[in-house]
Design a protein around this ligand. Structure first.
Ligand code: PAF
Length: 277
């Protein structure tokens, strides 16, 4: 497995593969890998002959008060996991290589990037869309794989790739959960033991909302009850529990697929999760 640090080298490697007719997939990550990431790598490897994983903790998607400097980083461990998973190349540029000194272009998916997560993290999706556009242009994969766990992110990236006519297929990989239902996330390592015990309740509650709505229950009532349950269980604050159209993330409409999405705080850790109705 090659570890490639420069845009020029990843382009050369990928165009060499493509010249011999091999298809290439990219799994973008910020490192601190877990089994959820490895399941995305497996999905990618089922679709293409060559798999590239990028590791880049992207500063532009963190607000100044967020955890950019403390975000977990362990490149040696990540590389060992990716090698064991059969990845062909890891693209791990530094911030200078990715953004240079005069970077001033921002990719913003209007509307979709400002609701739900975007209402609480106003610059987050512009940072994500910008870095993902850059990674897709730099690596030039046929397929790119993102987790359903960050469902709104997946919707934003799909919209961005469509709007910019990027010649890539965007695939979503299912959320991988711990045995008690907690969605795997690099930020779960921030939870204290007591918080970790409580954390799966977020998944339990959104599954409850999905069941109620699927059997004809009122959406606002189901979301308000779930929010109250989380509050009483000890979640410090609930940013949102919402039922949205599964594609546009706007208000749900009759006969269209729906998704329950939620974000809530346990102490200093913000958890997000979602399930299909
Ligand atoms: O989901 C993530 O890890 C990041 O938001 C992504 C897609 C790699 C962009 O930095």
């Amino acid at each position: 497995m090659d570890v490639i640090r420069s845009i020029a080298d990843i382009r050369t490697r990928v165009s060499g593969w493509r010249a011999t007719g091999e298809l290439v997939s990219l799994v973008p990550t910020m490192g601190a890998l877990h089994d959820g990431h490895i399941s995305l790598v497996r999905l990618a490897a089922e679709r293409t002959e060559r798999t590239v994983v990028s590791i880049f903790v992207n500063p532009t998607q963190f607000a100044p008060h967020e955890d950019f400097t403390t975000y977990p980083r362990d490149e040696a461990r990540d590389l060992a996991m990716l090698e064991a998973a059969g990845v062909d190349a890891v693209f791990a540029p530094n911030v200078g290589e990715m953004y240079g000194e005069t970077h001033r272009t921002v990719v913003e998916v209007q509307g979709l990037g400002k609701i739900l997560e975007g209402a609480f993290r106003p610059d987050f999706f512009a940072g994500v869309a910008t870095v993902c556009a850059k990674l897709l242009i730099q690596v030039g994969p046929d397929v790119a794989v993102f987790g359903d766990k960050d469902y709104q992110q997946l919707c934003v990236i799909r919209a961005m790739a469509r709007d910019l006519n990027l010649p890539v297929e965007i695939l979503g990989g299912e959320t991988i959960r711990e045995s008690d239902g907690l969605a795997m996330s690099s930020r779960n390592s921030y939870l204290t033991n007591a918080e970790r015990t409580l954390a799966p309740k977020l998944h339990d509650e959104i599954v409850g909302v999905a069941r109620r709505v699927a059997s004809g229950g009122a959406i606002e009532e189901a979301c308000a009850d779930a929010s109250q349950e989380l509050d009483q269980a000890g979640f410090s604050s609930i940013d949102y529990i919402a039922v949205s159209d599964a594609e546009t993330l706007e208000s749900p409409a009759a006969g269209r697929p729906m998704r329950v999405l939620a974000a809530a705080w346990l102490g200093k850790t913000r958890l997000i999760d979602n399930v299909a109705v």
